[in-house]
Every structure is written in C-alpha cells, then in structure tokens.
Design a binder for this molecule. Structure first.
Ligand code: NAP
Length: 275
C-alpha cells in the first residue's frame, strides 16, 4: 500500500497517486474506479484536464470514506485573477461533487501570458484553505524565482511544487532548492511519458530485480522522496505501477538510474511557456 508523507502544513499525502491527464471525462470514472480497486487512494486531476466530473463520479461510486481519498486539482492559468480564481474553485468543487479539495495547485505561473496574477490566485487559495474548502495549497511548474516572488508577498510556503521529473530529467538542482524550503517535490510525467521505460540501464536494473522498468522508475522516485503520479488507463499497468512496496533499489541501482539525467525536458519550460 502507498505510504503517506507529511507536507509542511501537517497534511498527509499518499506518496503514490494516479495521474489522469489526457483521460477524457467519460473514461475517467472507470479508470479511477480501477485504480481504487488496485489500492490507489490519491488522484491527480486539474481543471484543464476537463475530467473533474468523471473523477468525482468515481469517488462517489467507490463507496470509500471521503477521508480515505486524496484528491488534487489545479487552478487553470486563465483564472488567476481574484474573482475568476474564486469562481473556478467553486466550479471545481461542484464538478467533483466534493465539499473540499485535498490539494489545490496553481497549475503554471504563466507569467508571459498573465503577468503576476498568480499572486492573486495564491491569495484566493489561502482564503479557500482558511474556509476549509481546501486542505493544502501548493504550486506547479514554479521555478525558484517564482517561489521567491510568491514568498515576497505571502507567509504561506507552498506545500508542494509539482514539476516535470523523471530519470532523464531529474531536476536535481530544483529538488535541492525545494528540500531547503520545505516544499515537497511532486513528479509529473514520472515515467517520462513512457520514453524513459526504454532506457537499457533501467531495463538492466529491472532484470536484476525481476521487476518491470516502470516499477524501477516509480521505486526510484519513492526512494528519492518524490510524490509520484504515474498515469495509465490500462488496468494491468495501473496494478503494476502500485505494486512497488515489496522491493527496493540498492545504492548501486539508484545510482544507475541517477546517471541517466540528461536534461531531457519533454514538456514546456515554465520560464518560457506562453500559455
Ligand atoms: N502539473 C503539470 O503541468 C502536469 C503536466 C503533465 C502531467 N501532469 C500529471 O502527471 C501525470 C503523469 O504524467 P504523464 O501522464 O504526462 O506521463 P507518465 O505518467 O510519465 O506516462 C504515462 C504514459 O506511460 C504509459 N504507462 C504507464 N504505466 C506504464 C507501464 N507500467 N508500462 C508501460 N507503459 C506505461 C501510459 O500508457 P497507458 O495510459 O496507455 O497505459 C502513458 O502513455 C499526469 O497524468 C498528470 O496528472 C501534470
């Protein structure tokens, strides 16, 4: 079973969750129910994924107690301004069919498209947390300069920064910076959108352990202390990706994966993203 880690605000998050980017609303219900059956209790959605309603239906249909599920969603870039952010928060709650969101993230700083309006979003998120609509608030795709700016106007240190992170794009400098600030690193595209699964060094470790390449990479994230949210719509892979709590990588195996870091960014660079 996934273990929980404690965020800087005392909230506990299961370290492994299911990502649902590019899973459409109708499909999301079945995928999330499959994940719950496999033992997942943490789902990573976003307003921009247009599947909050489908995820919410799975939560309702699962029969699981609400406090056993950890649900993350993210505020869309166009809604950073005060009134928009508030409305978007209420809409997320309604679509999800929930009274509260466990973790609410600013999806992107989006400075080129929307200036510093992410600072307004942060204000709204703090208020939502104070009102009990959200348990924990954090950011996504923030570089250290975005964090510095946020913390120049707010005393609330984000609990999480969800960033692209996988063996060939390991983000070692940012990880150190986040550790220093007490912000948990949550790894998006943790498998490198399946590209890193092809790496021969990962395959060699998998062979040694009698495991799959995906399990090796997920285990690498867990042992580095990352929160990790692999996405799959395939029932066998959903089960495979959570079957990672009965083995470990040894130091040599961890180092073999560490050596793959090659600056291989797949997604947009937060410093230059124009959306
Ligand atoms: N904050 C952000 O800006 C941001 C950006 C990107 C992603 N995210 C979050 O991070 C989550 C994960 O990232 P991601 O979806 O980009 O990529 P990912 O999890 O690194 O990779 C997903 C891909 O790997 C395949 N896969 C999964 N498990 C596998 C296995 N055991 N064996 C072989 N292939 C496997 C999936 O295929 P099938 O689905 O076909 O099985 C899918 O094609 C997203 O779903 C989303 O929640 C956040």
């Amino acid at each position: 079973m996934p273990e929980a880690i404690t965020l800087n605000d005392g909230v506990q998050i299961p370290q492994l969750g299911l990502g649902v980017w590019q899973v459409d609303d109708a499909e999301a219900t079945g995928v999330v129910l499959t994940a719950f059956e496999a033992g997942y209790r943490h789902v990573d959605s976003a307003q921009g994924y247009a599947n909050e309603a489908g995820v919410g239906r799975a939560i309702a249909q699962s029969g699981l107690p609400r406090n056993e599920i950890f649900l993350t969603t993210k505020l869309t870039n166009q809604f950073h301004k005060r009134d928009d952010a508030r409305r978007a928060t209420e809409e997320s709650l309604e679509k999800l069919g929930l009274d509260y969101i466990d973790l609410y993230l600013i999806h992107w700083p989006a400075v080129i498209a929307h200036g510093e309006s992410y600072l307004e979003a942060w204000e709204v998120m703090n208020k939502a947390k104070a009102e009990g609509l959200v348990r924990s608030i954090g950011v996504s795709n923030f570089n250290p300069d975005h964090l510095d700016r946020l913390l120049s106007v707010s005393d609330t240190v984000p609990s999480v920064n969800q960033v692209e992170c996988h063996p060939t794009f390991a983000q070692a400098d940012l990880a150190g910076e986040l550790r220093r600030r007490g912000i948990a690193l949550e790894a998006w595209s943790p498998l490198g959108q399946a590209q890193d699964l092809q790496d021969p060094a990962v395959a060699a470790v998998a062979r040694d352990l009698g495991r799959t390449s995906a399990q090796v990479i997920i285990r690498w994230h867990l042992q580095k202390g990352h929160i990790v949210i692999p996405k799959s719509v395939t029932p066998s892979r959903i089960a495979e990706n959570i079957d990672v709590f009965s083995f470990e990588l040894n130091d040599d195996q961890l180092e073999a994966v560490d050596r793959l870091d090659a600056g291989n960014r797949i997604g947009p660079d937060p410093a230059t993203a124009t959306f």
